[in-house]
Design a protein around this ligand. Structure first.
Ligand code: 16G
Length: 260
């Protein structure tokens, strides 16, 4: 069965299109499209059948299909590419054990990374930055504030601060901070990360194109050079609907020997 045929069969059954319901039809269609993505009928990058095809296959109006699809585009589950159609938006599974950059993570998945710069500046370190980067009072930091997108879908906001001794000029960073650090032999080799759940405030919601109050993952990364110097203090807000951070766990050797 083609993706379109199995999608239409799934959606028709899940949305209960033939049944009476107080829930508007477009909302039932949205819910069943979400289920199709959650259940793996459609995966990231799959094209959604065209409006005309879905409407005809489901026996509903094109206006209802359009309203449902537009709602899911706003939600970030689907993404529209001009002239190409509507696709399931990327969702990223990110291992927590590797020190990689956003650019590398996206390229490894065949996704095109994009950066929208919000600010690049040099300033005196705040007490929080000085503490995180082990700097003495009065030291300067280079700051980078940007939106990180995957195939045009905003995935994260990142505020990075680096000692000026490591990154003297924030303007030398083009698309990738780690590529710029690599060039001057200052790429970090170790990092500590703290992750916690937060609700998105209005400003971050606008930049990430999610509803205010949506779930985000707040991540603080402090990374270090081989000689132990702190190189980076980055505070990021990752869209909760787009990222799964995955950790591989192993039994402790002592516990294992008791159970052997
Ligand atoms: C990742 C890092 C961030 C780092 C950036 C460099 C997390 C949570 N954060 O987004 O700390 O600054 O990669 O990426 O993984 P770039 O080289 O593409 O600029």
């Amino acid at each position: 069965m083609s993706i379109t045929a199995s999608l239409i069969a799934n959606v028709r059954e899940a949305a209960g299109l033939d049944m009476e319901s107080p829930t508007p039809l477009y909302q039932r269609l949205q819910q069943s499209l979400r289920q199709a993505v959650d259940g793996g009928v459609l995966t990231a990058g799959n094209a959604i059948p065209g409006e005309r095809e879905l409407a005809a296959g489901l026996g509903i109006s094109r206006v209802t299909v359009r309203k449902a699809v537009q709602g899911l585009v706003i939600e970030g589950l689907l993404t529209q590419k001009q002239g190409a159609g509507t696709f399931v938006a990327p969702r990223v599974e990110q291992p927590l054990s590797q020190l990689t950059s956003f650019t590398e993570d996206m390229l490894a998945r065949g996704i095109h990374p994009r950066t929208v710069w919000l600010n690049r500046s040099v300033s005196l370190a705040t007490p929080q930055e000085a503490m995180a980067l082990h700097l003495s009072p009065g030291s300067e930091v280079s700051r980078l504030y940007r939106i990180r997108s995957a195939d045009d879908k905003p995935m994260a906001l990142e505020q990075a601060s680096l000692p000026r001794s490591i990154l003297p000029d924030p303007l030398i960073v083009d698309e990738s901070l780690y590529a710029a650090l690599d060039k001057c032999n200052c790429r970090p080799v170790r990092a500590l990360q703290h992750i916690r759940a937060q609700l998105c405030d209005d400003e971050h919601a606008r930049l990430l194109k999610v509803k205010p109050g949506s779930a985000v993952l707040y991540i603080e990364r402090r990374s270090f050079l081989r000689d132990g110097r702190a190189a980076e203090f980055t505070r990021s807000y990752y869209r909760g609907d787009s990222y799964d951070f995955v950790a591989e766990l192993q039994i402790d050797a002592k516990v294992e020997s008791v159970h052997r």
